[in-house]
Design a protein around this ligand. Structure first.
Ligand code: SF4
Length: 246
């Protein structure tokens, strides 16, 4: 099938993805959201001065991590000069610096930094992906873009469903993106009313992953002290406990 260019084609291609490498390749070739395609390519063309000599990825950013993950980390979307530049989620930006340092302290990453796709970073028991796979202007995808991208998320969750035990939702957008997955992936009704997002919020059901809320690792939160390394360590300690990871 050609590269997806409509929401219907995203649905069909996601459904056909046989495994994570197939899914990752299909996501990387998606053109279904005109506004985001324009933006990701514009950013890749104009570049930030500090990265002027680099070739930007400029495409959707697939998930990263192991295929039998017990822990999933769900973010919002790639950063314009982070994932959209390097081609790997949370790679090459300040948010990633904070996240991977915490994962390394938790024993879930083999190194505390994430700077490029060939930097040797490997995760343990963990996979990271975002609700929307293209960098959006102002980090704000529209509800329509979120819904168009959801089949990629749902297929990724379905492929790691056998091992997945806990999802860490980074921020309110990711928290909200989780609930439709309950119906799409697990065939159960989402709770009503939806549990409110907050740092430390958690929800568990029967035979579905537990969900933990965590403030997003954005500079807005980490530079202001709203989210501290200790708070992140507590979230990942809890995630490991839930997932049965040593
Ligand atoms: S946001 Fe998702 S659905 Fe939209 S173009 Fe990017 S990968 Fe495709």
């Amino acid at each position: 099938m050609a590269e997806p260019r409509t929401p219907e084609e995203v649905v069909a291609r996601a459904r056909r993805a046989a495994d994570l490498p197939d899914l990752d390749g299909a996501i990387s070739g998606c053109f279904a959201c005109p506004r985001l395609v324009t933006w990701r390519e514009e950013v890749a063309r104009t570049r930030r001065a500090a990265f002027r000599d680099q070739e930007y990825w400029g495409r959707p950013v697939p998930g990263f991590g192991v295929s039998d993950a017990r822990i999933a980390i769900l973010g919002l979307a790639p950063a314009a000069h982070g994932g959209n530049r390097t081609g790997r989620i949370f790679t090459g930006d300040r948010s990633g610096d904070v996240l991977f340092a915490a994962l390394h302290r938790a024993g879930l990453a083999n190194q505390p930094t994430s700077v490029a796709r060939d930097d040797g970073l490997a995760l343990r028991e963990t996979r990271i992906f975002s609700a929307v796979r293209c960098a959006p202007p102002d980090n704000k995808p529209t509800p329509g873009e979120r819904d168009t991208c959801a089949p990629w998320l749902h297929r990724e969750l379905a492929l790691i469903r056998p091992t997945l035990r806990v999802v860490v939702a980074l921020g309110a957008f990711a928290w909200a993106a989780w609930w439709p997955a309950l119906r799409a992936v697990y065939g159960i009704h989402p709770p009503s009313p939806r549990p409110a997002f907050g740092h430390g919020a958690h929800w568990s059901g029967t035979a579905v992953p537990e969900v933990l809320g965590c403030y997003h690792v954005s500079q807005q939160n980490t530079f202001t002290g709203r989210l501290t390394p200790r708070m992140l360590d507590e979230v990942f300690t809890r995630a490991k406990q839930v997932a049965g990871v040593d």
